[in-house]
Design a protein. Structure first.
Length: 468
């Protein structure tokens, strides 16, 4: 039996979500061309959550967490896959920092929302640890009850949230495209699906035409609620008077639901009297998940977002630049940034210093080099003054990390010592490593590993002498 405390928390949240997740609009929006892909992606998400379930429940049982990072990542990544169906091009639009910043805002919103969701999951589960008599439950009993509660969070609710991310991404892309073509299509027409599953307030706007530059689009551009399937049709005809926008909002104010609330009031209360294409928000901040979610949890979730980068350096010599993720390792930031700036200045490289990911089995490379087809590289700046040990220690560490590409910043021009360092590793013992580069001062040298493997040491020695 679920404890009254857990039941109360879940009942309160369930009551709010059943209200805002719009049972009237009971079919979910899935693009006809994407049905199979969307179901596959959600099934993958459900599978990943189920695979991680026991680990998550053990941490809740031990009272060691108030939010579970792997669960947050799985959930947020599902939301971002939905968003990326329409907006993936923005995250690599390096010529437009405003587009990258907009995408980053959306990504952070999704990760923070996923963390807030998991916070409430964990809070509900923590109330199951003690039974009605004040006795601690066994793990097996706790797991049985917890699994029942998670069915609510992770089936219909998660599916609704995924669909909302999907449709909001579509509408953001529509808006951006329609604004760009505003001269050709100066009139926009509000459209519903008109299929019996439309909110009465939205149906009042069906086929209404507004000027593309009408201020009302700041507040009524779809989606205008959870599961809202409304959309905008651009027209080439002359635009109507701007007063039409005021009429549209008045219609929303005049349409009441079964509880006597106007559609406009519902939109304001739920955070939909807005335009996600202008605000960079997928999940409105009025959602119940945000309530009581601690700021430190939301801040940590922001750092989990893969594209949470800031432009730290732009080369004055060429097109090179360096972006740094907010959770890049602080201890190695200075050394990695020094390498990245040299590569940006001298070789025009565009580099992103990556976040730390403590997930077991993750390789954790230091950098993504955009100008090398997004190759992942690890930067090594050994502290030992011995060149031989610089090479040996760097490669040994990279092998342990199972990295493929490493750049070693060496402190001296000593080709013989460099080769000794390679030989200390063993000619055929480079593990997963495929590429090695050496950086000496501002000189970047690509080492031909085949010369080592084929024991052409004299040829390699001469190459290093010439290159250094």
């Amino acid at each position: 039996m679920i404890s009254p405390a857990a039941a109360g928390h879940l009942e309160s949240l369930q009551k709010e979500l059943e209200t805002i997740y719009c049972s009237h609009c009971n079919e979910r929006f899935l693009n006809a061309n994407d049905n199979n892909n969307n179901n596959d992606e959600l099934n993958d998400t459900f599978h990943d959550l189920k695979r991680h379930l026991n680990s998550y429940l053990e941490k809740v049982f031990k009272k060691s967490i108030n939010v579970d990072i792997p669960t947050v990542k799985i959930t947020a990544n599902a939301f971002m896959k939905a968003v990326d169906k329409s907006l993936a091009n923005l995250k690599t639009d390096y010529a437009r920092q405003d587009n990258i910043a907009f995408y980053r805002a959306i990504e952070q919103n999704c990760f923070r929302f996923a963390a807030a969701k998991n916070y409430h999951e964990t809070l509900a589960l923590s109330k199951l640890l003690i039974d009605d008599n004040g006795n601690a439950r066994s793990f097996d009993e706790f797991k049985k009850l917890a699994t029942s509660i998670l069915e609510t969070f992770r089936n219909d609710w998660l599916r609704t949230e995924y669909d909302q991310a999907l449709i909001t991404g579509h509408r953001i892309a529509d808006y951006r495209r329609q604004v760009a073509n505003g001269d050709t299509f100066p009139t926009w027409q509000y459209k519903t699906r008109d299929d019996g599953h439309v909110r009465p307030g939205h149906l009042m706007l069906h086929n209404m035409k507004l000027a593309a530059n009408d201020p009302a689009w700041r507040f009524i551009y779809p989606p205008n609620g959870w599961r809202c399937r409304c959309y905008i049709k651009p027209l080439s005809e002359a635009p109507p008077n701007l007063s039409n926008g005021d009429k549209a909002i008045d219609l929303l104010r005049s349409t009441a639901d079964t509880k006597g609330r106007s559609e406009w009031d519902n939109m304001v209360k739920q955070g939909f009297a807005s335009n996600p294409a202008l605000d960079g928000v997928i999940f409105p901040l009025q959602h119940p998940y945000w309530k009581e979610a601690p700021d430190d949890i939301l801040r940590k979730a922001s750092l989990l977002a893969p594209n949470n980068f800031n432009r730290i350096y732009t080369s004055s010599k060429n097109t090179g630049w360096v972006d740094v993720h907010q959770s890049h390792g602080k201890q190695e930031l200075k050394a990695n940034l020094a390498i990245a700036r040299i590569l940006a200045d001298e070789y025009g490289e565009q580099i992103r210093l990556m976040p730390i990911d403590n997930t077991p089995g993750v390789k954790n490379p230091d950098a993504m080099i955009i100008t090398k087809n997004n190759e992942l590289w690890d930067f090594k700046t050994p502290v030992t003054p011995d060149i031989r040990h610089q090479i040996f220690n760097s490669i040994k560490q990279a092998k342990r990390q199972k990295l493929e590409n490493i750049l070693i910043r060496i402190s001296g021009n000593k080709p013989v010592e460099i080769i000794k360092g390679f030989l200390d590793i063993g000619i055929q013992r480079f593990g997963t490593i495929r590429k090695i580069q050496l950086l000496y001062q501002h000189k970047l040298i690509s080492v031909d590993l085949s010369l080592l493997k084929e024991k052409k040491l004299n040829e390699l020695l001469q190459f290093l002498k010439d290159a250094l």
